[in-house]
Design a protein around this ligand. Structure first.
Ligand SMILES: Nc1ncnc2c1ncn2[C@@H]1O[C@H](COP(=O)(O)OP(=O)(O)O)[C@@H](O)[C@H]1O
Ligand SMILES: [Mg+2]
Length: 392
């Protein structure tokens, strides 16, 4: 069957759309990528989303929810067109949406303890515009079951990357970085995974705060490569409690975002430190937070033979080279070397998660998210061919 996966991460840079073919199987369905494209958000939208994430009005949440639904539907149509596949030949859409808030830390409300997450990009709009049944809101169900709601990609990473004799770690450098650990020759119940901390988020924030590049990120890591790491500041950053907190754990822009970067910047100014040295230091922090988590929380780091790097951060040579130096015992490989487009895998994962939901199978791994059990994830919005729930 054919499924479109749609995703926009914490970087809020645009909609990643993947058209995949799934060859059904009860234990290990095969997932093949037919087409992938990124549809950048129109000018100014990223800033509006980030402003919303930092605290905006409910009117803006409501409006952008519907507007992003339109853009996600456009992305679904666009990726199908690029593959020459008519939408009628597509069975399903799995949409992650755009996270505007993720709060996995329990908050007290009387005697209750509440955790929450909110992704916008209305699936009703996507289903209406495409005619396709759309599954969205994957994270809230895992959270309702006591989980972090993230990461949700490890089960799919296992489908794509499990190897009979090689232990593998999959590191996704999105806005936030997350790692999946896949021991050799084991089924998905042996997989672990968690967020390691920042991916590109601090680097993007810093570059934008200072206006170091009009691209809004550090192209290929060149700016950071021209700076010098300040060991004292790096050591302080690494004292951040999230780095040492044992899994399950997930994080977002609420923890690693504008507030941390603004504070860091004023420190640089007080001490007369150059901006590029600050960026080099934040890049080193991103590398070390990931490496330290892999060293600390992987039961037997030597069992990890290969570290597969993906996400937009795989384009940042300074990050990738830093990781290779920090984890010399792992062979570092870009997803491309294994035949995957490194930008596509998160979107592929949400197509595969939609397939699991549509076939009544769980998408979360309780060992990863901390949920009390496996859960069939998502909310389903019927498309044109929807035939009910099987009641007479
Ligand atoms: N050529 C590049 N050089 C450096 N960084 C890049 C490059 N291309 C993309 N990126 C980084 O990747 C980010 C997007 O990564 P992505 O995997 O889409 O993250 P998310 O899932 O959070 O949206 C950009 O915001 C930017 O920081
Ligand atoms: Mg993105």
């Amino acid at each position: 069957m054919k499924i479109i996966g749609l995703m926009s991460g914490t970087s809020a840079d645009g909609v990643d759309a993947a058209l995949v073919e799934i060859l059904p199987s009860p234990d290990r369905p095969a997932v093949r990528l037919l087409a992938f494209a990124t549809f950048p958000y129109p000018g100014g939208l990223r800033e509006r989303i980030l402003a919303l994430a930092a605290g905006g009005s409910s009117a803006e949440v409501c409006h952008l929810n519907a507007y992003l639904g339109e853009l996600f539907a456009d992305a679904a149509r666009g990726v199908a067109r690029s593959a020459g596949t008519p939408l009628e030949a597509v069975d399903l859409i799995g949409s992650h949406g755009q996270t505007i808030y993720h709060s996995p830390v329990l908050r007290a409300e009387g005697s209750r303890r509440i955790r929450s997450t909110l992704q916008i990009g209305s699936p009703a709009v996507i289903a209406e515009r495409t005619g396709l049944t759309t599954i969205a809101d994957f994270r809230p169900r895992d959270m309702a079951a006591g989980g972090e709601g993230a990461p949700l990609t490890p089960l799919v990473h296992h489908l794509l990357f499990a190897h009979a004799t090689l232990g593998r770690a999959v590191l996704n450098l999105g806005g936030i970085a997350n790692v999946t650990l896949i021991p050799a020759g084991r089924d998905a119940s042996a997989v672990s995974g968690f967020d390691t901390g920042p991916g590109n988020v601090l680097l993007d924030e810093f570059v934008r705060l200072i206006g170091l590049s009009e691209l809004g990120y550090d192209p290929d890591g060149r700016l950071a490569a021209s700076g010098r790491i300040r060991a004292d500041l790096l050591e302080e950053l690494l004292r951040h409690p999230f780095v040492r907190r044992p899994p399950p754990k997930s994080t977002g822009r609420e923890t690693f975002g504008p507030a941390l970067v603004a504070e860091f910047r004023s420190r640089l100014q007080r001490e007369g430190i150059r901006d590029v040295d600050g960026l080099a230091t934040l890049t080193a922090f991103t590398v070390e937070a990931a490496a330290e988590n892999i060293r600390r929380f992987v039961a037997a780091p030597r069992m990890i033979h290969e570290l597969i790097v993906m996400g937009g951060g795989a384009r940042n040579a300074c990050l990738v080279q830093g990781l290779a130096r920090a984890l010399p015992e792992c062979r570092l490989r870009l997803a491309e070397e294994l035949g995957y487009d490194s930008r596509a895998i998160e979107a592929v994962a949400f197509a595969a998660l939609a397939y699991l939901t549509a076939t009544g199978r769980a998408g979360n791994l309780p060992t990863v998210t901390g949920a009390i059990g496996p859960r069939v994830l998502g909310s389903i919005v019927p498309g044109r061919g929807f035939r009910g729930l099987g009641f007479p």
